[in-house]
Design a protein around this ligand. Structure first.
Ligand code: P6P
Length: 337
């Protein structure tokens, strides 16, 4: 009987793509897989285990923290630390990065940045949420304590990135720079199986994802773009449709499979937009480019931006190359006026 390849088998089979790695990256990806299974299990029974709701505290972003935000953060930090392949980790839920200072971890080559549970405001109403991760090789000397500079690298330096989408299925999607592959979790067996090999954006897309409640705050070019997509007689002659869940992972995943554009532009109330460059924009940008798409801040390639702060934000326009190019054209035309 033909069976799908497991994530573990896929990771090992593709380890040869990293001649310099002696399996550390493979072990790190496997620890992410394990943590994802543990978070998935908690999410699926959240309503029964009294782990829904807020904890009455705000994170460094000023966003109220959900109980599952902290649970997911703790699961990923402890599981990745225990595997011993990273020298430090940064998270949306932690003000500063964590340096693992024992001898074993100081010898590790990799660092991870993550949003342990993206879209968590959707949890209590049972809408899809996700985990986003981004992996870099450290730039400080192996054997020393990890530094802030290790975390403030441009997105083009990522060695791997991905997300786990906790939806009608739980799917781990990742890239190591050799394309994008998706693995669906089979809870009966407890393994992820290759279900979405070599994912590519469809050439054309007709979905756009933006919070139109912020329309009055958008730059003129974005307003013009949204109205253009809503007109039936636009040059593309393709009726666009709006889909927005308030969960980046869910909107990105759907748009990558069906063809679409995700926008979180800057606005008068958020001069650099809302999404965080290091653990939302960059990993999704890596995936988008590996799937034949694009990701920009409206002018510049997202993965070229040199970060200056751990939690800095960036305007984010990501999806089909053709749709991102149209958005950049509208923005460019309006800035010339
Ligand atoms: P808004 C979730 O908080 C998040 O970071 C993304 O997952 C999501 O796309 C966006 O913010 C939603 O923000 O302002 O539309 O609620």
């Amino acid at each position: 009987m033909e069976r799908h390849q497991t994530l573990g088998e896929f990771i090992i089979e593709n380890q040869k793509d990293f001649p310099y790695a002696k399996g550390e990256l493979s072990a790190l990806l496997s620890s992410i897989k394990l943590a994802g299974k543990m978070v998935n299990e908690s999410i699926n029974k959240a309503g029964l285990a009294q782990i829904l709701g807020k904890i009455g505290r705000e994170n460094v972003q000023g966003e109220s923290q959900a109980k599952l935000d902290l649970l997911a953060n703790d699961v990923f930090v402890s599981t990745l630390k225990n595997r011993g392949e990273i020298c430090g980790i940064a998270s949306e839920e932690l003000e500063d990065f964590i340096a693992f200072e024992d001898e074993i971890h100081k010898e590790a080559k990799y660092i991870v940045l993550m949003d342990p549970l993206d879209g968590s405001s959707n949890i209590d109403v049972d809408i899809t949420v996700g985990t986003i991760f981004s992996i870099y090789r450290r730039i400080s000397p192996v054997g020393t304590k990890v530094t802030k500079e290790d975390f403030l690298q441009p997105g083009k330096n990522q060695v791997a990135a991905g997300y786990i989408i906790y939806g009608t299925s739980t799917i781990l999607v990742y890239t190591t720079g050799n394309g994008v592959n998706g693995f669906t979790f089979d809870p009966g067996i407890g393994s992820f199986f290759l279900s979405h090999p070599s994912i590519k954006f469809p050439k054309e897309g007709c979905i756009y994802s933006v919070n139109e409640g912020n329309y009055i705050h958008f730059p003129k070019g974005i307003k013009k773009l949204i109205k253009w997509m809503q007109e039936l007689d636009n040059a593309s002659k393709r009726p666009y449709t709006a889909r927005y869940t308030g969960s980046l992972v869910a909107d990105f995943h759907r748009n990558m499979l069906l063809g679409g554009l995700y926008l979180y532009p800057q606005g008068t109330t958020s001069p650099k937009g809302k999404l965080r460059l290091l653990y939302e924009c960059n990993p999704m940008a890596f995936l988008a480019e590996q799937a034949g798409g694009k990701a920009s801040d409206g002018e510049n390639r997202i993965m070229e931006i040199i970060p200056s702060e751990l939690h800095e934000r960036a305007p984010f326009i990501c999806g089909n190359s053709e749709m991102v190019a149209i958005a950049e054209r509208f923005i460019g035309e309006m800035t010339k006026d």
